[in-house]
Design a protein around this ligand. Structure first.
Ligand code: C2O
Ligand code: CU
Length: 459
């Protein structure tokens, strides 16, 4: 049985009264006039990961949950039925949507109580590869996540096939659940749960399984296409504590989008994907059977899928294509396309976001404060805002801002989640054009729940 520990975040906070600007921003959006309706049921489920059978929580019995796919400008009407024994919510990761639909419990909506339901309704204004997950405790790490693809009606259609590849790290369902792991990390100063491979890089938690689209490497998902076809691969890292390095054996990849936004295309052998990040790549497929491998960074374990365009025996679970150790692009190699680059402008306000805490004590925070969720009026509508993330800790922190897509540096890629490496800092800018109260947090689920979250609010 899964235990239902109390959430780490206080539940006494009240949702703010509605900000009338939220409705105005929504009304000004260009819609298609089409409404797409979905129902998701969050429910305890028994799931087959391709061998291991686990008792966990899912959307509608599947890990990942069913893909949600709409066109840019469609209105999404999504009813969430909560059959979990605890509160939940859905956050639409990557969408700059109206604030009251953002799914941050106690901040943008009351929690959705067990046995009740809630209907989200908002315009999916911009295209891209996004995903959805609860914003409640460690629920994401139980398998509650699904891809959310917003198609671009203006896409030149440069690909023949499309594969959605969702990466995950998986805690064994037998006797260990994410709430216990978090309690252990906090109670034992972060060291108890670190596996042998758990260097001071990506991860605090050691996982027995790594998954692509819900399958372990011994029973991989097979993607098919024809030789010579151009495939668009949409990578989503839904892992809670693992950055993945991914490569497709025998192929180079052309990176075209970061977190849903187009970049000037760059060729690479491998891509490193932090928790919460997405990369779209184009690949022209050779003839044969190829391993699509995701290495858990710092943990030395792999997840696998098979890319098949012809005859041949599938590669085995230990496959390590040479591409993994060739060129891996990084943020400095990437630039937004002119269409989505922010116009040059000096910032009206600069906020320093220091990532603080340590494994010892396992008390993560932002600017020295843990769970700093009181509404903060840090920006004004219309401002160009610069955030300076400073990481003086020994761990990776993939930092995510809700409701906006920032630009790294002055001309780098547009993103909503950016890995800040140990001892490094990352600067980004965004235009404050979406009034509300927005979460800013580390997308390592355990760091976030141990306190590395704060609120960026509009005056
Ligand atoms: Cu994907 Cu605040 O999260
Ligand atoms: Cu972190």
């Amino acid at each position: 049985m899964l235990s239902a520990c109390a959430p780490a975040v206080s539940t006494s906070r009240l949702v703010l009264p509605a900000d009338p600007r939220v409705g105005e921003v929504e009304a000004a959006r260009h819609g298609t006039g089409r409404t797409r309706s979905f129902t998701l049921t969050a429910t305890p489920s028994r799931v087959d990961l391709g061998g291991p059978i686990v008792d966990t929580w899912t959307y509608d019995g599947a890990v990942p949950g069913r893909e949600m796919r709409v066109a840019a400008g469609d209105t999404i009407e999504a009813r969430l039925v909560n059959r979990l024994p605890v509160d939940t919510s859905i956050h639409w990761h990557g969408l700059a949507l109206r604030n009251d639909m953002d799914g941050a419990p106690h901040l943008t909506q009351p929690p959705i109580a067990s046995t009740t339901d809630f209907t989200y309704r908002f315009t999916a204004a911009t295209p891209g590869t996004h995903w959805l997950h609860p914003h409640t405790g460690t629920q994401l790490d139980r398998g509650l996540y699904a891809p959310l693809i917003v198609e671009d009606p203006a896409d030149p259609g440069a690909h023949d096939a499309e594969w959605v590849v969702v990466l995950d790290d998986w805690i064994d369902g037998t006797g260990t659940d994410p709430d216990q792991v978090l309690a252990d990390l906090r109670g034992r100063g972060g060291h108890a749960m670190r596996g042998a491979g758990g260097r001071v890089l990506g991860g605090d938690v050691s996982y027995p399984h790594y998954l692509i689209n819900g399958r372990i490497a011994a029973a991989p998902t097979t993607f098919t296409a024809r030789p010579g076809q151009r495939v668009r691969i949409r990578f989503i890292n839904a892992g809670s504590d693992t950055a993945f390095r991914v490569a497709l054996g025998g192929h180079r990849m052309t990176v075209t989008h970061t977190d849903g936004y187009p970049i000037i295309p760059v060729d690479t052998d491998a891509v490193l994907i932090g928790m919460g990040e997405r990369y779209d790549v184009l690949v022209t497929l050779a003839d044969g059977v190829f391993p699509l491998v995701a290495v858990a960074e710092g943990k030395n374990a792999t997840a696998l899928a098979i890319a098949r365009t012809g005859a041949g025996a599938p590669p085995g679970p230990g496959s390590r294509p040479a591409e993994l150790t060739r060129v891996t692009i990084g943020y400095p190699d990437l630039s937004a396309t002119p269409a989505v680059a922010l116009p040059a402008k000096s910032p009206d306000v600069v906020h320093r976001v220091a990532l603080t805490g340590a494994m010892m004590g396992y008390e993560w925070g932002i600017n020295g404060r843990a769970n700093d969720l009181d509404a903060r009026s840090l920006v004004r509508e219309g401002q160009r805002v610069r955030l300076r993330f400073v990481n003086n800790t020994m761990m990776w922190h993939p930092m995510h801002l809700h409701g906006h897509t920032f630009q790294l540096g002055d001309s780098g890629p547009r993103k909503d989640t950016a890995v800040v490496l140990p001892g490094q800092s990352v600067d980004c800018v965004f235009d404050a054009d979406n009034p509300g109260q927005w979460m800013i947090h580390c997308h390592n689920t355990y760091h976030a729940e141990a306190g590395m979250m704060a609120v960026l609010g509009y005056q």
